[in-house]
Design a protein around this ligand. Structure first.
Ligand code: ADP
Length: 365
């Protein structure tokens, strides 16, 4: 097992700066997910850990070794790719044990590990088939088996589920979580899917344009995003962002005046001008509550008389669109709320859940 440290990693392709200075510590046994929009540098970062790309500058340390100049095959890592990269003419069994044969592992040991891995991944029945005769999910399991059997110190995953349909993706996500719980190997997982990030990670690292925007536990990132980019990237449906004006004693949003004392950590201490300070305000759809089912206290605010514009039923939940001043906001309510389009309703929000951002920099205040 091994920890991983990235120290001021920079990667340029000619004039293009792709990774712009990443510092990250991954603990032994931790499951870390690198998440962010396409092109933010996730795969490049993972490939540098694997040794498939050379960093332009900075150090990569696996365990207690600086691995900058160590070839991929000597880093003791196993990698699972999006496109599986199975050998088409070899059977499932041969695909799984191929690396062990190359490493000249003792045959008895090969058989022991094969039995263990194929039982865990339910591959017993498939061992004699060729990759072409497998479903997408089965191929993905073979790719996982091939990685696991090497008993590497570190597992690297590059969007391993993105070629699967939604149902299978959810299933395999659970499987990967179970495998990690069982083996507890240090894992780095790249995805653009925030649901995978939230559900699998011990630590989520949100990348934006070659930088780490924020790293933390899934709940830290969900509840305390440092800026609007992170706030809107994590969580589905996305956080509502509306215009507001901050005064000394209250926050005004579309004519509603929210008392400041119970608002979330508004650290903004400078004197606020008399005409107020324009800000952006974030409220997650999940944090609106139907007043009929939620206790009103000093720590809640009632957005009264909101007009319902549209209702999107999801089954247990429904997503409900309201107009709040010029903005359209989304609330997620559950099936207890018996409402119809055009109705007016009151929604309560805990003041501590309302986040305030600088209008220009979009950083949390
Ligand atoms: P992500 O995995 O977050 O989608 P990548 O790490 O694959 O992003 O790529 C980050 C950026 O680097 C992209 O703009 C991509 O076009 C660029 N890039 C990746 N590989 C190369 C390369 N070999 N040469 C030039 N540019 C590259």
């Amino acid at each position: 097992m091994a920890s991983i440290k990235l120290k001021n990693i920079i990667k340029n392709y000619d004039q293009t700066k792709v990774v712009k200075g990443i510092d990250l510590e991954i603990n032994d046994g931790e499951f870390v997910v690198l998440v962010g929009p396409s092109g933010c540098g996730k795969s490049t970062t993972l490939r540098m850990i694997a040794g498939l790309e050379q960093a332009t500058s900075g150090d990569i340390i696996i365990g207690d070794r600086v691995v900058n100049d160590i070839e991929p095959q000597h880093r003791n890592i196993a990698m699972v790719f999006q496109n599986y990269a199975l050998y088409p003419h070899k059977s499932v069994r041969e695909n799984i044990v191929f690396a062990l044969r190359r490493l000249k592992v003792d045959e008895k040991e090969v058989q022991r590990r094969l039995a263990e891995v194929s039982e865990m991944l339910q591959l017993d029945e498939l061992l004699d088939r060729k990759p072409a005769d497998l479903s997408g999910g089965q191929r993905q399991r073979v790719a996982m088996g091939r990685a696991i059997i090497r008993e590497a110190d570190v597992f690297l995953f590059d969007e391993p589920l993105s070629n699967l349909d939604a149902k299978l993706r959810a299933h395999m996500r659970t499987e990967i979580g179970k495998i990690h719980n069982k083996f507890g190997r240090t894992s780095v997982y790249v995805t653009h899917d925030q649901v995978e990030a939230m559900t699998l990670a011990d630590k989520v690292v949100v990348l934006h344009d070659g930088y780490i925007a924020q790293a933390g536990t899934p709940m830290e990132i969900y509840l305390n995003p440092v800026n609007i980019f992170v706030a809107q990237f994590i969580g589905s449906p996305s956080m509502n962002i509306v215009k507001g004006t901050l005064f000394n004693h209250y926050l005004e949003i579309a004519g509603y005046r929210l008392p400041r004392e119970n608002l979330s950590s508004v650290t903004y201490q400078e004197n606020i001008p008399e005409h107020g300070l324009d800000v952006k305000v974030g409220i997650r759809p999940d944090f609106f509550n139907d007043k009929n089912f939620f206790a009103e206290t000093d720590a809640t605010f009632n957005f009264s008389d909101l007009s319902i514009d549209l209702i999107e039923p999801m089954g247990f939940d429904k997503e409900v669109l309201f107009n709040l001043g010029e903005a359209t906001i989304k609330a997620r309510l559950d099936l207890r709320s018996e409402i119809a389009r055009g109705d007016k309703m009151d929604l309560l929000v805990e003041l501590s859940r309302i986040l305030i951002f600088d209008k220009e920099t979009e950083q949390r205040l």
